[in-house]
Structures are given as structure tokens and as C-alpha cells.
Design a protein around this ligand. Structure first.
Ligand code: URA
Ligand code: SF4
Length: 251
């Protein structure tokens, strides 16, 4: 990537770019950070929720339309009671890239679309940094309904919701998955290792005959709180892009 372009993307992600003294008029010799980010299941069944196994079985047969309807009406875990609406996922259903987050927040619950709040803006910029527009990828969450007060998903909620995401993945057949944050990474990969240990290497998600590389990085909401980690996220994204190119060339 050209230096100019690289710098522009780093700035959009809010990563300070250190400008050389001679390149910054009137500089005192201190490194000058670039501008801070200026942008800146089933249908309810008579007997209640279906057991996870039968839900999984059923989900695996659904096409996009039926899947979307099933998620909209899902009551497989307690979160259905508090939602404004389920947040299914958005984007290109034939995308090479699948981005997986945690769960809808307040704004997502209101609008019915994942990653539309502040963290979503940063996610868009992270994607732009590797040349991806939001509408060229697919974005989904581990949970489709908002946990109260944005608390962590409970294990039983993740288990109940997993068939929906797995079916989405099977239909999309992405070439690469970017897992953002601990909840996405740990639940996709069925591990309890922390993000700091999961990033930096490629993992694989195996669903039937499908084997998709998974790259783990920090959640944009975490990056908003810990901006110094953005450099690591930048490295993760570069690695993901390289891996994607490799996989595509091998195909
Ligand atoms: N955080 C997530 O993990 N997902 C969203 O959709 C929004 C915020
Ligand atoms: Fe169903 Fe998932 Fe919503 Fe729970 S979070 S009600 S499993 S769609």
C-alpha cells in the first residue's frame, strides 16, 4: 500500500501517525499525532422453545428467507423477551469476508442492523483500512438479540443462538472470518483463551465440509476505550488481508 494511503487509513482508524520533523512545518521536534478520529428457531412452538439439537437440525435446512423469518420470530432463549427486534445480520450474502461480533447493543436493537453505533463506525474504518466497504462483507453477531444492559452473553444463550449463525456461515461460505472481540472469538472457536493469545495466528472454523480460516482481533468498542491497542488491530487486519489473498490464490 502506498505510504500516503496507508497513513490516511491509519488516521481513519484513529491510530496516531508520527510525522517526521522535517515534514511538519514548525514542528518542535515532538512527534505529532495525526488528528484524533474525527469520525470520531424456530417459530414459537406450542410447547415452548425447541431443544437446541432440533433447532440445529431445522436451521440447517433453511434458505435465507426462511432463516431470516425464523430468527425474527425466535424464542429459543430468554433474550427474545427484551428485544425490540432480532438483529439478523447484514451485507453481501455471497461475501468472501464474514465479520462476527458479539451481540446487538441499544442502537442495533433499535435499528435492526449490526454495528451501527459508535463501535460500528470504527469497524467500518477498520474494514476500509483493508479496502473493504461495509456492503461488500457480511456482518453478523454471535447473539441476534440484545442482552439487557449489554451484559455478556450467557452460555445457554450462545448455545441457543449458534444454529442461526452456523446456518448463515454455511450459506455464505466465506473465505475468511474476522472475529472481533473475546465473545466472538471464544464462541466461534470454542475456546476460553483470551483475545491477546488468539490473535496473531490463524484458526479454523469447521462446519461440516466447510473449513474457514478465522482471524481474531480486538472489538472496536474495546479499541475505543484502549486506543493504544489500535496498532495491534491494524496488524491483525493486515495479516487477515494477506491470508485472504493467499487463500484466494490457492483456490
Ligand atoms: N457490538 C457488537 O459486537 N455487535 C454489534 O452489532 C454492535 C456492537
Ligand atoms: Fe433466539 Fe438468538 Fe434471540 Fe435467543 S438471542 S431469542 S436464540 S435469536
Amino acid at each position: 500500500m502506498q505510504e500516503e494511503t496507508r497513513r490516511a487509513y491509519l488516521e481513519r482508524m484513529g491510530i496516531p501517525v508520527w510525522v517526521r520533523r522535517e515534514a511538519s512545518p514548525g514542528a518542535s521536534g515532538e512527534p505529532v499525532p495525526a488528528a484524533a478520529p474525527s469520525r470520531r428457531p424456530p417459530e414459537p412452538e406450542a410447547a415452548g422453545a425447541a431443544p437446541a439439537a432440533s433447532l440445529r437440525h431445522r436451521a440447517a435446512t433453511l434458505d435465507w428467507t426462511a432463516l431470516e423469518a425464523a430468527v425474527r420470530d425466535c424464542t429459543a432463549c430468554g433474550l427474545h423477551a427484551g428485544r425490540t427486534q432480532a438483529v439478523f445480520g447484514v451485507g453481501d450474502r455471497a461475501a468472501d469476508w464474514l465479520i462476527v461480533g458479539e451481540a446487538p447493543g441499544a442502537e442495533e436493537d433499535r435499528r435492526g442492523e449490526p454495528f451501527v453505533g459508535r463501535a460500528g463506525k470504527l469497524l467500518d474504518n477498520m474494514l476500509a483500512a483493508i479496502g473493504l466497504a461495509r456492503d461488500r462483507v457480511y456482518i453478523a453477531n454471535i447473539l441476534k438479540c440484545r442482552p439487557p444492559n449489554n451484559r455478556d452473553p450467557l452460555p445457554e444463550e450462545v448455545v441457543a443462538c449458534e444454529p442461526w449463525l452456523h446456518r448463515q456461515i454455511a450459506l455464505i461460505r466465506p473465505r475468511i472470518v474476522l472475529a472481533v472481540g473475546r465473545v466472538a472469538a471464544q464462541n466461534l472457536l470454542h475456546t476460553d483463551r483470551p483475545v491477546g493469545r488468539l490473535r496473531g495466528t490463524c484458526h479454523f472454523l469447521e462446519l461440516g465440509a466447510l473449513r474457514v480460516p478465522v482471524v481474531v482481533t480486538y472489538h472496536p468498542a474495546y479499541l475505543l476505550r484502549s486506543p493504544l491497542e489500535k496498532r495491534k488491530a491494524w496488524q491483525d487486519l493486515q495479516r487477515a488481508r494477506a491470508l485472504y489473498r493467499e487463500a484466494r490464490n490457492e483456490a
